[in-house]
Ligand binder design. Structure first.
Ligand SMILES: Cc1cc2nc3c(=O)[nH]c(=O)nc-3n(C[C@H](O)[C@H](O)[C@H](O)COP(=O)(O)OP(=O)(O)OC[C@H]3O[C@@H](n4cnc5c(N)ncnc54)[C@H](O)[C@@H]3O)c2cc1C
Ligand code: SF4
Ligand code: SF4
Length: 309
């Protein structure tokens, strides 16, 4: 739209109009519905809705499919009516022993992360096929696991000023009148822009660790509510247990973990809990700074693992 392209939604291409051996236009029909009653992609078009758009170039950009002409019947690799390679979705094995497939060629157009996940799944199946031994995630032979815990200094560690309000840095692009042919439109960030954009990262690997059990060390929560008041994102709250909608298993877990009796003699739940919405937390550290008894710290864990297959 920025390039003044007009978009005509809800149209289906009907035929290409030619004149003197050249393209003269595209005839379209209006789309009445896209999915059928079973929710399948099955467009229906309105009768007598043909319209011609004048054009000297028509670019086909729909209905991409895999070219499977290299698969021959004697290969034993079955192809589905959708022109995808038939696979067992649990193992990604094709119908030919020792041949595995995944990604768009097996499941039709999807997305990059599904294709990557398929690559991992297929690698496990191939390992099992060759060695006759299953790999189940953790059954890999763990050679080394290093865990590093960094406890931030609540008094000193600060994020850059205004980091949570920094606006996204737009990717520089070629001037509109120079976007011709196969010109590269998105030009990429300069070093300064890249640093500015990455400084918006909320560091979500840093966690608020609430330590309510430090009676002996004097770090037990005194329920002052200071952390709740100061949180700019309103993502933490102190809630009386009888206001918490929960099930018995969580209550039993809390009782055993903290060695307390949550349900008093009247079966009324006593005590309070701190609840937090991690997705809204911007890791500003203000709650930790505010806590008068030091029972909140900002901590981060990094783990690295090396496996032997
Ligand atoms: C225009 C477009 C935009 C997209 N945007 C996104 C997006 O923003 N985010 C997202 O997650 N996904 C996006 N996708 C989908 C994503 O690109 C695919 O789901 C993903 O690339 C599938 O990965 P794949 O490995 O299965 O197949 P592909 O990435 O298609 O890889 C198949 C490879 O096999 C090669 N090949 C084909 N035939 C042969 C042969 N006979 N011999 C040897 N090699 C062969 C091809 O050249 C190709 O390199 C987009 C797709 C398109 C078409
Ligand atoms: S780190 Fe900041 S945003 Fe997160 S809970 Fe504490 S005060 Fe709220
Ligand atoms: S600021 Fe500290 S003591 Fe006060 S409610 Fe929060 S965690 Fe408890």
């Amino acid at each position: 739209m920025e390039e003044r392209i007009e978009i005509h939604p809800r149209k289906g291409p009907n035929r290409i109009i030619g004149r003197d051996g050249k393209v003269a236009g595209l005839e379209t029909v209006d789309c009445a519905s896209v999915f059928d009653e079973l929710g399948r992609f099955n467009p229906k078009f309105a009768p007598l809705s043909e319209r011609v758009m004048a054009a000297d170039t028509v670019i086909m950009a729909i209905g991409q499919t895999s070219d499977l002409s290299w698969i021959h019947p004697e290969d034993g690799i079955e192809i589905t009516p959708r022109n995808t390679i038939k696979v067992n979705s649990a193992t990604l094995a094709t119908t030919a022993p020792g041949v595995f497939a995944g990604g768009d060629v097996s499941f039709g157009p999807r997305n990059a992360i599904d294709a990557i996940a398929n690559g991992k799944k297929a690698a496990r199946s191939i390992h099992e096929y060759i060695f006759g031994k299953k790999i189940e995630g953790i059954e890999l032979d763990l050679r080394e696991r290093e865990v590093e815990l960094i406890v931030h200094d609540t008094k000193k560690d600060r994020r850059e000023w205004g980091y949570e309000k920094t606006q996204r840095v737009p990717v520089p692009t070629l001037a509109i009148d120079r976007r011709i042919g196969v010109a590269h439109v998105e030009l990429g960030y300069s070093e300064t822009q890249a640093i500015e954009e990455s400084s918006r990262c909320l560091h979500c690997w840093v966690n608020t660790i609430f330590e309510p059990k430090g009676e002996e060390t004097g770090t037990e929560c005194i329920l002052c509510g200071g952390c709740v008041d100061i949180c700019p994102e309103h993502c933490i709250d102190l809630v009386a247990l009888d206001r918490l909608e929960t099930d018995d298993s969580l209550l039993a877990e809390l009782e055993s973990e903290y060695d307390v009796m949550i349900r008093g003699e009247t079966e009324r739940m006593v005590g309070s809990v701190m609840i937090k919405d991690e997705e809204r937390c911007i890791r500003c550290g203000l709650c930790a700074m505010r806590c008068p008894v030091g029972c909140i710290t900002m901590e981060e864990y990094t783990t690295s693992e090396t496996y032997r297959i």
